[in-house]
Write a protein that binds this ligand. Sequence first.
Ligand SMILES: [Zn+2]
Length: 363
Amino acid sequence: MSDHVVLHVKGRVLVGPEEVRDELWAVDGRITYERPPGAVETVTVSGWALPGLVDAHCHVGLDRHGPVDDETSEKQALQDREAGTLLVRDAGSPSDTRWIDAREDLPKVIRAGRHIARTRRYIRNYAHEIEPGDLVAYVAREARRGDGWVKLVGDWIDREVGDLSPCWPRGEVEAAIAEAHRLGARVTAHCFAEDSLRDLVEAGIDCIEHATGLAEDTIPLFAERGVAIVPTLVNIATFPHLADGGEAKFPDWSAHMRRLHARRYDTVRAAYDAGIPIFVGTDAGGSMAHGLVAAEVAELVKAGIPPLDALSATAWHARTWLGRPVLEEGAPADLVVYEEDPRADVRALAAPSRIVLNGRIVG
Ligand SMILES: [Zn+2]
């Protein structure tokens, strides 16, 4: 379908953190910097244009009880879209959300298949719950189902120990990551605690979610190997509440969660200072609301990341990391327009004035 309505974006087009152009056009859903010839119907949008934001840790098709129907998944995706999130890395979902790919009006989704967790060591109804002997086979299966990512649960409370503890032996996780890489997929893992990090990084993992347990001994390892982290600080903010709930039965776990929470900004700042790539993720789905991308950028700034880098962690750098285009000639016209320069104050992200997806104004 081609209706030849051309969208003209005028003002300041933030092609890169430092590269600004005065205008672009969207023709048949794609970006061009050359004025389209001939008489066309043009809709003009003015302001500061960023590439569609990335939420690198977001679950579509999931709520606190497990999988949800397509109607609920659609609502979740629309809530993300309203916030300017036009590219999601779905960090694990038990629902089949492939149908979203055919919808030009919904954010693009990069899936990690379904979470892979140890038996009875994760939230009920979320994950494939398996034992280490089956890890390689399940990782291969989810690598084929996903869009280039596989999601492990790397640590979780061990009720017998009464604290967080690693879920996988080193040998199995190393074989599983090698298998994912052979199949062309990257691997990420949910990790709150300190203990699981060294094994996972040495086993070749590509990314760690939350990473609250990063410390002096593991930070240099992450930096050296370029292992990314997605802190999800808006989710880490709920740790004290979780700790309250578990206090009576698991006091050690509870105290551990409080310590990780107390040092969360220092942890993120130390990771940043060491050169670890950091990306914006909200952990939407499950217990977190969708559409918190601006709040997470603000949290990264609060942790001490310079605003331009915090912005890039949901814009240019995040897209490049995920292998998706930014605002180059020929790319899908996915962009968000603001009245104020979001580089000057990231709080501008909370109020998009226009949202453009595949060249159409959707918000
Ligand atoms: Zn998550």
